[in-house]
Design a protein around this ligand. Structure first.
Ligand SMILES: [Zn+2]
Length: 437
């Protein structure tokens, strides 16, 4: 008996490569896309026909910077409270909620970012074993930092040894970096995360690297030998140049990107993840805060007087305004971009993913079609480097969404839960009563 196929027709096709097309049929057989044809397709009695009725078929999206365990921890502050003082079991419960949330928002793949206690590897196992419903998941390591770096949690509590290291792992020297990368990859991680310099947080970027070239290279060699990725928290110019020149795959944030950085990134074929919703939301809180009524609760990590706070916040604003222009220039110069951000804070909860897309399209003026390409084609290239994910082409894996409206005309239509989600050619969700035989 012939294999049952799923045939989508009568809608728009956004394939992740070009503008939306109408009147195209897409045939899924097994896990993959078997045919794409102009006009209707001759179907057999065993085929499932899905009449799209003007809706849009597009690739499943990739959330490229996913902190699975960030979420409400009962502190109740509006700002960036990480919640990393919560217990690991509690963070596991947050992850078990956040992973299916992302899937049902249309993100059929997730690329992890730093997390404590090997949590990402457990999530990957839970998805594989059907304990948690989730998409493809690249597990990330803890965040590798050096002693005294801004994320070194012992900086301000050294005298009483009170440091809660949370998700960071403090390392010094190439040997320690190499050993940590080997160990965490050995436990199942697919991505190694490092933090090279301060910034992209509550302060403007610092222009020196906390991680030396030999430390960075040690991690990149270990990861690439094993077919794994390296991502780096990297808001500074010197950091971007160091990452590009030492083979880092994902340069997170890249706030101070400029023409010299763009050349180095293009030469290295690296990917940039701007994650600019964080900055926008942080500034929204900071600039609407009544600083006369009470001190701003989100500090640099050190005690500071009001004038210092105001100067620090002006620095964050200036950097954001710079990045809004520089990121557009980098995109136009051909830098490969990826979507994803630090979701899970009270100011940007999990599920609010499309707000990031809206920053690029509505504030920066980047075409919606390009941003869709970041979330689909570019993400797919990182999740599956052999290149069979992220676009709708014959032979690609059938991770697909049916959405109401055309996101290339109005990116905000992605805010609505997709009407259908397929992973590996199977329906995970289908929420409308399409004509279906
Ligand atoms: Zn992050």
């Amino acid at each position: 008996m012939a294999e049952s196929r799923i045939i989508f027709s009568g809608g728009k096709l956004l394939d992740g490569l070009q503008a939306a097309r109408e009147g195209v049929s897409v045939v899924v057989a097994g896990k993959r896309i078997a045919a794409i044809e102009e006009g209707p397709v001759t179907s057999g009695p065993q085929d499932r026909l899905v009449e799209l009725g003007g809706r849009t078929l597009m690739p499943g999206m990739v959330q490229g910077h996913f902190h699975a365990c960030f979420g409400p921890c009962g502190v109740g502050q509006p700002g960036p409270v990480l919640g990393l003082e919560a217990s690991l079991p509690y963070m596991g419960m947050l992850a078990a909620k956040n992973v299916p949330t992302a899937l049902h928002c249309g993100f059929t793949s997730l690329i992890g970012s730093s997390n404590p206690g090997g949590l990402d590897c457990s999530i990957k196992d839970a998805i594989t074993n059907g304990v948690v419903e989730g998409g493809r998941f690249l597990a990330c390591t803890s965040e590798f930092v050096t002693s005294g770096a801004p994320e070194d949690g012992t900086n301000r509590s050294w005298f009483m040894e009170l440091g809660n290291l949370g998700l960071i792992r403090r390392l010094d020297g190439p040997q320690e970096f190499r050993q940590a990368a080997r160990e965490e990859i050995g436990r199942g991680c697919d991505v190694v995360k490092l933090s090279i310099s301060g910034g992209h947080g509550t302060s403007a970027a610092q222009e020196y690297c906390n991680i030396r070239d030999d430390e960075l290279r040690a991690v990149v060699e270990v990861a690439h030998d094993r077919g794994k990725l390296v991502r780096v928290h990297c808001p500074s110019k010197v950091g971007i140049l160091a990452c590009a020149r030492n083979g880092v795959d994902i340069i997170d944030h890249a706030d101070r990107i400029d023409a010299e950085c763009v050349d180095a990134i293009l030469e290295a074929d690296a990917t940039v993840l701007p994650s600019m919703l964080w900055n926008a939301r942080f500034l929204q809180i900071a600039e609407n805060w009544d600083h006369d009524a009470q001190p701003f609760p989100i500090g640099s990590g050190f005690p500071e007087v009001r004038d210092d706070t105001m100067e620090r916040l002006r620095g964050v604003r200036a950097e954001y305004d710079y990045t809004c222009e520089a990121m557009v220039a980098a995109h136009e110069a051909g830098v490969r971009m990826l979507t994803g951000d630090d979701f899970g804070f009270p100011m940007m909860p999990h599920g609010d993913y499309v707000s990031e897309f809206e920053i690029y399209v509505k504030e920066l003026g980047i075409p919606a079609l390009d941003v869709i390409g970041w979330a689909t084609r570019n993400g797919g290239q990182l999740v599956r480097r052999e290149g069979d994910l992220g676009t709708i082409e014959v032979g690609q894996l059938a991770d697909l969404l049916v959405v109401d409206g055309d996101p290339s005309e109005d990116i905000s239509c992605l805010r609505a839960t997709p009407l259908a989600i397929l992973k590996d050619g199977e329906f995970i969700a289908k929420r409308w009563s399409a004509t279906e035989a």
